[in-house]
Design a binder for this molecule. Structure first.
Ligand code: FPP
Ligand code: MG
Length: 327
């Protein structure tokens, strides 16, 4: 099985420098604030997005050593990503993240909201100070997309009128956009040509779409596997691809029955169990996996166009890693 360590192999030196940027960003002279920021730093996720930035920077770089722009971009996407997860756990009232207490679980909603804001402010301040106007504008645009995704998703949980088009639109904004921008920013950081930046963006987009579909499939897995409560999406009335594919082939009557179960999923565990049984019986997760694989194949096809190099191999491994991940 592919691991992120294998993927990051061509980035050994770069990763050390990137980590220094992150440590400097998430620090404060006040001990209490510093302790909270350290909690964020230590309990971060896998670093898939900054790895994508640095791989894309390296694959397009004319020089062996990456300059500050690439690290600035990697740090920015990671700060934005972490701020969004901190706020997301408040919105979703999720006490667990990456198998540990989420910031909200550890310090409560009030602190989480303000720390999320502070991390965003840190990202914007470092953007202003760096002066890389093109690069920072490109990355910061992702913040708006993330917020739009979250708001559109919220609307859907109320109407339950999810369609395939709406689902793709939501996961593009809330997840794939940041992957796309991470990949594009890597190329932009080393002044790659527009065409190359667009191609990198496309690779990130396809990886990001696959990533969120996998996330939505994994939401049905046991907490012991993922470190997140199982079926949280159903309890939040989120209709994701495993259920959507089932709804798409249901009769009007079956559809009404399923939606009635979704409506009560937050208050009645039996509804959650029933929905899981329906999804299992109809092969909802398998159908969603098929769609995910189409996005992974599209990413692979674009990666295949690069000349052979260790970074290209890592991008290939990254595509496979997204589809195969179990947490
Ligand atoms: C995780 O998705 C959440 C997101 C990808 C984006 C959340 C965005 C916001 C809360 C808007 C605020 C944004 C910023 C930058 C402050 P998920 O809930 O499907 O996944 P999960 O299971 O990991 O929680
Ligand atoms: Mg969430």
């Amino acid at each position: 099985m592919t691991t992120l360590e294998q993927i990051k192999q061509p980035l050994t030196e770069e990763w050390i420098r990137y980590e220094q940027y992150m440590r400097m960003a998430l620090t404060n002279t006040n001990k209490n604030i510093n302790d909270i920021l350290t909690y964020v730093l230590v309990n971060r996720g896998k670093g898939v997005r900054p790895a994508l930035v640095l791989l894309m920077a390296k694959i397009h770089s004319a020089t062996v050593e990456l300059d500050e722009r690439a690290y600035q971009a990697a740090m920015l996407v990671e700060l934005v990503h972490n701020a969004s997860l901190i706020h997301d756990d408040v919105v979703d009232q999720s006490f667990v993240r990456h198998g540990k207490k989420s910031l909200m679980g550890q310090f409560g909603s009030h602190i989480s909201i303000v720390i999320g804001d502070m991390i965003l402010a840190t990202a914007f301040l470092s953007s202003m100070k760096s002066g890389y106007y093109d690069l920072n504008t490109y990355v910061v645009e992702a913040v708006n997309r993330l917020c739009e995704g979250e708001l559109l998703q919220d609307e859907q949980t109320k109407t339950l009128g999810m369609t395939r088009e709406a689902y793709y639109d939501i996961i593009c904004r809330k997840t794939a956009s940041l992957f796309a921008i991470s990949a594009g920013a890597g190329a932009l950081a080393v002044h790659a040509a527009d065409e190359q930046v667009k191609k990198a963006w496309q690779i990130g987009y396809n990886i990001g779409m696959a990533f969120q579909i996998k996330d939505d499939i994994l939401d049905f897995a046991p907490e012991s596997q993922t470190g997140k409560p199982s079926c949280g999406d159903l309890r939040e009335h989120k209709i994701t691809l495993p259920l959507l594919t089932v709804l798409e082939k249901s009769s009007d009557e079956e559809r009404a029955e399923i939606l009635a179960l979704v409506r009560r999923a937050d208050e009645d565990e039996e509804c959650v169990t029933k929905l899981c049984e329906i999804i299992d019986a109809q092969g909802g997760k398998e159908m969603a996996s098929q769609v995910m694989n189409e996005f992974i194949d599209a990413a692979h096809a674009l990666v295949a166009e690069y000349p052979e190099s260790p970074c290209k191999e890592s991008l290939r491994l990254l595509c496979d890693f997204i589809g195969g991940r179990t947490l």
